[in-house]
Design a protein around this ligand. Structure first.
Ligand SMILES: [Zn+2]
Length: 127
């Protein structure tokens, strides 16, 4: 799963829906892989407004990417900064979580990631 996906997932446990701690999920013991994808500035410009930047900064730093600024770049800033463009492209579109877990900070549930696919099925007692 792409790292970008984490920006759109929160814990599926009912009691966590109302908790701000259920987003973003926190990667744990994750194995990353980088898939080379052709740069696509238009796609990045489209994605950026939909991203929860604060959550992205958290996720990125937990996975060892520390080059993100605290505030999202404007399109103009991004256009004038090739390094930032490349970094975001690498981070959002090329970086994949292959193995590991995604942990909810509210309930502690761990969603397993296997072969790049996160399992969001909950055990019966949590549904
Ligand atoms: Zn939860």
């Amino acid at each position: 799963m792409k790292l970008l996906t984490l920006n759109f997932l929160s814990c599926a446990v009912k009691a966590c829906k109302s908790s701000s701690a259920s987003f973003p999920l926190h990667p744990k013991d994750c194995e990353l892989e980088s898939a080379e994808i052709a740069p696509n500035p238009k796609l990045l410009f489209n994605i950026l407004p939909r991203i929860d930047w604060d959550a992205l900064v958290v996720t990125a730093s937990e996975l060892g990417f520390t080059s993100l600024k605290a505030t999202p770049p404007t399109n103009e800033e991004l256009e004038g900064d090739e390094k930032m463009m490349t970094d975001l492209h690498t981070l959002l579109l090329e970086t994949q979580i292959m193995e590991g877990s995604l942990v909810c900070a509210n309930c502690g549930h761990e969603y397993k990631v296997k072969e790049g696919i996160a399992n969001f099925l909950l055990p019966n007692h949590l549904v």
